[in-house]
Design a protein around this ligand. Sequence first.
Ligand code: STR
Length: 417
Amino acid sequence: MNCPHTAAAPADRGAGTVVIDPMVQDLDGETARLRDAGVLARIDLLGVPAWTVTRHAEARQLLLDPRLVKDIDAWGLWQSGVVTRAWPLIGMIDAGRSMFTVDGAEHRRLRTKTSQALTPRRLEAIRPEIEKFTQELLDALDAAQGDDGVVDLKAVFAQPLPMRVVGMLMGVDESQHAMLTRQYKAFFSMLTPQDERLSLLAELDVFYTDLVREKTARPTDDLTSALILAEEGGEPLTEEEVVGNLKAMVAAGHETTIGLVLNAVRALLSHPDQLRKVLAGEVGWDAVIEETLRWDTPTTHLLMRFATEDITVGDEVIRKGEGLVVSYRAIGRDIEQHGADADAFDITRPTRNRHMTFGHGPHICPGAALSRVEAGIALPALFTRFPGLRLAVPDEEITKLPVMTQNDMTAFPVLLG
Ligand code: STR
């Protein structure tokens, strides 16, 4: 088999392998194929074989299993040199030492301060600022309408809002936001040549290292400064660890909430009966947010964990050294968990809060509460300001970006009404 990204041809993919489409032409079809391929499915990621878990119950169990680790050195295909830094998805795994890549006691050490800073109670303190950013961006939307009245809700609203919020939390100056948005767009896009991706990652490393050095010299009241300062009687994080956490939080905080806000708007506009119920106050915005998280997950596939021993799941065995992806989009559509109509968007669904979109276990998303606060402010504010909001093109014309791990729209053209 011809595989341009890896040093050698991967092992036989087997008949049941689902090839993950880098161009994301048919996300719903792919999600259904994954579900049909079994609880544990074989997938192909640009020529690299892996397992993925497609069901809620089994994913929950695997996410608690200490035999699965995030350390890339536990990956057989990496040890043998089959997968190298030339593989376009390597930046999703080999991302430096941080809470995203370390397990066990060290992981708790890397993560504690971040999770403490992002509790619902602590987030109440920044709610007024998020509300202010939201109002400013609503003004910007109004001002950005073209002669035809069309404006891109993604570029003008959904994308800058989470960037401002995570920038404020981490102490990243606003003058850098456009640069970061551009770099992450190129990082995630499969159209970016790998040498460019590697050099932009190196540039980001320099940027974040400079920021950490600046905050070390002149600490402020942001989370980056808090990460630098040692815990009472504790071991301080190293510069590399602070940089790793900062990178992970900016990337995650920025990218995923864009999807949550846009996917919710899209779902409501294509289900006007449900939008009416929300606007009439019959169903809360929290229900919209949770059902959107379940039905149209911002993260399609989360890369990757590695088995340190053979792990049996039903009839299949994840062999020691093999990689496991978690396919959150398929998991949200699990019929056993959500019923036979799992493919339907329904804000009154009884199981809408029982999704696993933020993960489970030690690595469960530390930003979950933040994303709920952001979406909980942005969505009602948007529909209050623009009650006649509607899509400027037929829903079928909305396209996905060529991003293998995220559910990311190219643009979301609307008329403000
Ligand atoms: C991007 C590149 C980087 O420098 C650091 C990280 C670590 C956190 C990752 C992030 C990555 C990609 C997006 C992730 C995020 C954690 C949650 C987020 C996977 C690899 C999503 O679920 C989209």
